[in-house]
Design a protein around this ligand. Structure first.
Ligand code: HEM
Length: 156
């Protein structure tokens, strides 16, 4: 998320100017940033399931694409836009139902706290290299920058 915010400086500056926007912005970043290569653990269909896609036979292993669901234009208007404070359906980045992420509240608190401290202490934080040059790790469970070269004015 820090990478995403620094790659879009107006977004970072919007949080510097008004840190009360952080929780709603984090919710949008959770919706839009794919956590890993697969969005969920596999499920095994307990019954035959018919839908617009055809039939999923009982016993089939299914990977549901939550990342696509989180960008479904029928659910989220202008889905690729970061719109803090969207009303309506919630994203599925923390899963749904009986296996909903047990750490969701902690994760939200950690992310919001880190960003609140960063915008307060290092408001001039910026990427030290062009965003496209930041190396990525594209793991099955976690994708993230391999390193995040940054600078802030007092060190120049
Ligand atoms: C941004 C951070 C996080 C994201 C996006 C995330 C996402 C998810 C998702 C999507 C699932 C459900 C997977 C599925 O149903 O296939 C899940 C499950 C789980 N998460 Fe997280 N998680 C995050 C952080 C954490 C943290 C910080 C903890 C613990 C401290 C945690 C603990 C768990 C546990 C225990 C489950 C399994 C719940 C179950 O199967 O009943 N997660 N998480």
């Amino acid at each position: 998320m820090v990478y995403t915010l620094l790659a879009a400086p107006p977004l970072w500056q919007s949080l510097v100017k008004d840190p009360s926007r952080i929780p709603d912005t984090v919710e949008e970043l959770l919706r839009l940033i794919p956590l890993g290569t697969n969005s969920t653990f596999p499920r095994v269909a307990g019954d035959d399931v018919d839908g617009s896609w055809g039939r999923i036979n009982a016993g089939s292993v299914v990977y549901l694409d939550v990342f696509a669901a989180n960008r479904d234009p029928a659910v989220f208007g202008d889905p690729l836009a970061i719109v803090p404070g969207r009303n309506g359906p919630k994203h599925l980045q923390f899963g749904y139902g009986m296996h909903h992420c047990m750490g969701a509240a902690l994760a939200r608190m950690e992310i919001v706290t880190v960003l609140e401290i960063l915008v307060a202490r290092l408001p001039g934080l910026e990427l030290a290299v062009p965003a496209v040059e930041v190396p990525g790790v594209h793991g099955t469970i976690l994708r993230r920058p391999a390193a995040l070269p940054v600078r802030w004015p007092s060190l120049r």
